[in-house]
Design a protein around this ligand. Structure first.
Ligand SMILES: [Zn+2]
Length: 101
């Protein structure tokens, strides 16, 4: 599972997600420090131990797939998905629409 996530570290919006994660206050200062180094110098600059902390931190702060449509949740929607129980923006939107009707 962590390996799958690592492949997604290269996605365009991953850096933005890490940035938001740091600002969200969800992660500890030690994790935030490593996350900042990752942003500045890249994942390759982290030691094995730092990578382990970073990977765990991402693992704990992300959703594998949308609970409803099972699509990969884009990084830019990840914080929202964490808050709404694990749904992508599209499904979240559809559910809100159904509730209102
Ligand atoms: Zn969905």
């Amino acid at each position: 599972m962590i390996i799958m996530k690592k492949e997604r570290y290269n996605e365009e919006d991953f850096a933005g997600f890490v940035q938001d994660l740091i600002q969200s206050g969800r992660i500890e200062s030690k994790e935030a420090g490593i996350a900042k180094q990752m942003m500045d110098k890249g994942y390759g600059s982290l030691t094995d131990k730092q990578r382990y902390v970073f990977d765990k931190m991402i693992e704990n702060n992300s959703v594998d797939e949308c609970k409803l449509c099972a699509c990969d949740i884009p990084w830019c929607e990840m914080l929202e998905a964490l808050d709404n129980g694990g749904y992508c923006n599209y499904c979240q939107h559809m559910m809100e629409k159904i509730e209102k009707e």
